[in-house]
Design a protein around this ligand. Structure first.
Ligand code: CDP
Length: 199
């Protein structure tokens, strides 16, 4: 069985949590594609070369979740050669037997336009910044500025900009608990699979 769930959206929208829960619920593999760009960003050197030679252990580094790694990721993510080097790996993952959930910025638009289910998860910048601040601490205004700067760069780049796919279901989680957001996502995917969500 091949079934791809594409989950895109802006920084700290809750894509990661929703993706993990959805993958567990349906028994799908999960790939957080942001980690690929974060790893390329923190590795330094020539970003295109780093993307071409990325190793599995690069994705388990402890420093990938920092605000600095997020900034570095969004800078290297605007380089067409970096994106091109990561396409095949993501597409193979998406079409692996047994089903896959990929979360990122361009999964439903560029990596897997044929994905069976597409979600665009978003929330207001203030809500997203607050959620990220709960994870990383520090100055909340600083976290908001980081989130907004990254969104502007991700949406404004020429190559694979962040935007909802035409056939994506938009999930605005500003006023939802994580459980509500997960339940909505599960319902969308179950419907695409012709299942009852709580079967
Ligand atoms: O967790 P958060 O939403 O803050 O970020 P992430 O998903 O880890 O992505 C970090 C950065 O990588 C983003 O700001 C994008 O610039 C880039 N990225 C991308 O361009 N394409 C993807 N499919 C995933 C991430």
């Amino acid at each position: 069985m091949i079934f791809t769930v594409a989950i895109d959206g802006p920084a700290a929208a809750g894509k990661g949590t929703i993706s993990r829960e959805v993958a567990a619920r349906f028994g799908f593999a999960h790939l957080d594609t942001g980690l690929l760009y974060r790893a390329v960003g923190v590795l330094g050197g020539d970003p295109a070369q780093a993307a071409r030679t990325l190793r599995p252990e690069d994705l388990t580094r402890a420093d990938l979740r920092s605000l600095e790694a997020g900034q570095a990721a969004s800078r290297v993510a605007a380089i067409p050669e970096v994106r091109a080097a990561l396409v095949d790996f993501q597409r193979r993952f998406a079409r692996r037997p047994g089903g896959a959930v990929l979360d990122g910025r361009d999964i439903g638009t560029v990596i897997c336009p044929e994905a069976e289910a597409k979600l665009y998860v978003t929330a207001s910048p203030q809500v997203r910044a607050h959620r990220r601040w709960c994870e990383v601490g520090g100055d909340e205004a600083n976290v908001l500025a980081e989130v907004q700067e990254r969104d502007a760069r991700d949406m404004g780049r020429a190559n694979a900009p962040l935007r909802p796919a035409q056939d994506a279901v938009i999930l605005d989680t500003s006023a939802m608990t994580i459980d509500e957001a997960v339940a909505r996502a599960v319902a969308v995917i179950a419907a695409r699979r012709g299942e009852h969500p709580y079967a």
